[in-house]
Write a protein that binds this ligand. Structure first.
Ligand SMILES: [Zn+2]
Length: 461
């Protein structure tokens, strides 16, 4: 273990200043969803660049995209052979609505009970500042960093990163690195430091089932014409068997099974299925593959859901017709190592083959997002785990997330690099909701974790 007392003394002595910097940045309402505030997103990028310069990053500038700007800074003077680490975060925030439900003004950073409240406090300005504080500590105390760093702070994450992939492709050379560190996630529970090692991918289908050329009088024609809604319902019902397994041949091709040790780790996490079900307003958690644990089903197993279905008469009262068509929207969350194109093809083939006689089926597919997972044997994941243990006093648990994070998928697709998801938010931080907050213990512990992380990454090469 590398001695880091000097760094830790420095960041502890400067906590008040870091809090002030976060407060100043929260005061910039960088809501990317609102065109009337796009000048604030630009100002927020400038705030980030100023903070990067103050931290000692040598190249710090606003980089334009096809949309809202990225704040970028780098320091590339580490010893020969040291790894280059790209740190990703975002400086745009979610809208503050509904404003009446905030206990203090959303863009006035307000400390209560050891937490700072404000829009962007944890998602993601506070988590970006953890890195800038840790970088500053290394550069001030030791005069150098043990790694080369490139810090990319995006301005469109909260609107789905529409320009980010093109930006990455264009700036590929400038952003070349060995590993990506993303700090925009939460831990599993308070007092349970966590590293996220998998995210699911996503594909979509639109299914249209056509019957008669127009709606028909069900008195005259009912009984001789196949009903498109019933036909579509039958097709959808064939997608899953009675045990919740997806019944499409080839759907599970290449799905990576968990090792027994990984399954045991998930089983050991505190998860109360009954409480979860109650919170969701359902009697039981019986979606998906029955024999598998809920957390495994949420993080490590693929899904195939019907997201919408319509057709026929939707107005008030009754209308006696055989409808002309029915329509459904389906999507699948994918896991490693499923191939999106293969999954789209096998589901399409299965739906076409299961279509009853008397209707015509047309299917469109969309989306091409692979799951992202980082092997926990990767040296950078080991380095992150050691840094978290030193920063928070206990080793992290490894968790997944069932969702899909656009920029993480883009890094995977464009740069093909291992990614470490090391975030320190708490599950009750109210991100995207009124009263968003960042626990100061997590903020300060996160700064120390990042200070350790750079040393650990340098050692892990
Ligand atoms: Zn975020």
């Amino acid at each position: 273990m590398i001695a880091t007392d000097d760094l830790i003394d420095y960041v502890r002595a400067n906590r008040e200043r870091y809090l002030g910097e976060l407060t100043d940045w929260i005061a910039c309402p960088s809501v990317s969803a609102d065109p009337a505030r796009h000048h604030e997103v630009r100002r927020s990028a400038e705030v980030a660049v100023a903070r990067m310069k103050a931290a000692g990053l040598t190249e710090a500038c606003v980089l334009e995209t096809d949309g809202l700007p990225v704040a970028y800074g780098s320091w590339l003077h580490a010893e020969p052979g040291a790894p280059t680490v790209l740190i990703y975060g975002h400086h745009d925030v979610q809208p503050e609505d509904p404003i009446a439900l905030w206990d203090s003004p959303p863009f006035v950073g307000t400390v209560r009970d050891g937490k700072i409240f404000g829009r962007g406090s944890v998602d993601d300005k506070g988590q970006v500042l953890m890195h800038l504080a840790a970088i500053e500590a290394h550069l001030r105390v030791r005069g150098s960093l043990p790694i080369n760093v490139k810090v990319v702070v995006e301005g469109e994450e909260e609107i789905g990163s529409p320009s980010f992939e093109a930006f990455l492709a264009r700036e590929k050379e400038r952003l070349a690195c060995d590993v990506v560190v993303v700090s925009d996630t939460a831990v599993f529970a308070e007092d349970m430091p966590s590293l996220t090692v998998s995210l699911r991918g996503l594909v979509h289908w639109e299914v249209r089932v056509d019957g008669p050329t127009s709606d028909l009088h069900s008195g005259y024609f009912g009984g001789i014409v196949a009903n498109p809604i019933e036909s579509l319902a039958r097709m959808i019902a064939t997608l899953r068997d009675a045990d919740g397994r997806i019944a499409v041949p080839g759907f599970y091709d290449n799905v990576r099974e968990l090792a027994a040790s990984e399954r045991a780790e998930i089983a050991a996490l505190p998860f109360d299925a009954r409480k979860e079900a109650r919170g969701l307003g359902v009697s039981d958690l019986v979606g998906g593959e029955r024999e598998r644990l809920p957390l495994e089903r949420m993080w490590m197993r693929p899904t195939l859901e019907c997201n919408g279905i319509y057709g026929g008469y939707q107005g008030p009262g009754g209308k006696t017709i055989v409808p002309s068509f029915a329509h459904a929207k389906l999507s699948a969350r994918l896991v490693a190592d499923q191939d999106p194109a293969h999954v789209k093809a096998v589901v399409r083939g299965h739906l076409e083959a299961s279509a009853p006689a008397g209707v015509r089926v047309s299917i469109e597919t969309d989306g091409d997002t692979r799951a992202v997972s980082t092997s926990r044997d990767h040296p950078a994941v080991g380095a992150a785990a050691r840094a978290m243990e030193r920063g928070f006093g206990k080793p992290p648990v490894f968790i997944g997330t069932g969702g899909t994070i656009g920029p993480v998928s883009s890094f995977d697709r464009i740069l093909h690099l291992p990614q470490v998801l090391i975030g320190v938010g708490l599950p009750d931080d109210c991100i995207h909701a009124p009263n968003e907050k960042f626990d100061l213990a997590q903020f300060y512990g996160g700064i120390e974790t990042m200070a350790y992380l750079y040393d650990e990454l340098a050692e892990a090469r």
